[in-house]
Design a protein around this ligand. Sequence first.
Ligand code: DC
Length: 231
Amino acid sequence: MNSHFVIAIDGPSGTGKSTTARLLAKNLGITYLDTGAMYRAIALVALDANISPENTDALKNVLQKTEISFDGENHILINGVSRETDIRSSRVSGSVSLYSAIPEVREALTEKQREFGSKASCVLDGRDIGTVVFPNAQFKFFLVTDLKVRAKRRMEELLLRGENVSLEEVMESLAERDEQDSNRKVAPLRKAEDAVEIDTTHLTIEQQVEKIRAAVSVGATLESPSHNQKK
Ligand code: DC
């Protein structure tokens, strides 16, 4: 396998992409980038400043002035301040699709993601990693999960954070976000033709990680010179 490789994991909200990607990266000893967290960060800064998604000039200013980084736990820092809990709030979840549909926002964050991925082997998860950010990624996966199962998982996360929401509300919000992410003009959520689809409805996170790890190992073996010599 190339010494430098990219693993792209895309799919709708709540399919377990981020947890899977984080564990997979740890397991393989490579870096991980949560691209959804980057879109959430921009949405949070814009919401805090009362900037609407239509106000492109003000958004460009936000993009220029917002420094996004991650700590050792992969938790987001915005201009050096930890905002991990804030970016996961319902307030941000409810608006992030509107901000992430703006071409200027996508362009700026895509550039940062490509820069990150060009430095070292890594796992990136998002909506357009295999189609737009790294169309030549060596490994591409697309996760899908039944809506009700996704909503249950998300609801448990929100309850742990003290946000009391009903299953119906979460299902509605996820369905709305899927719709917005899939139908936007720029880089919509869709499976790359060469991505491997994995239905995670009945899988635990450990099983999801193992499935992807195994597929990556097989791919790596197929590309290795020793294997080719044996042919
Ligand atoms: O993965 P997530 O739920 O944290 O993503 C938050 C939002 O960001 C999601 O509604 C769509 C957007 N997003 C995107 O448009 N492109 C990506 N590569 C990652 C996320």
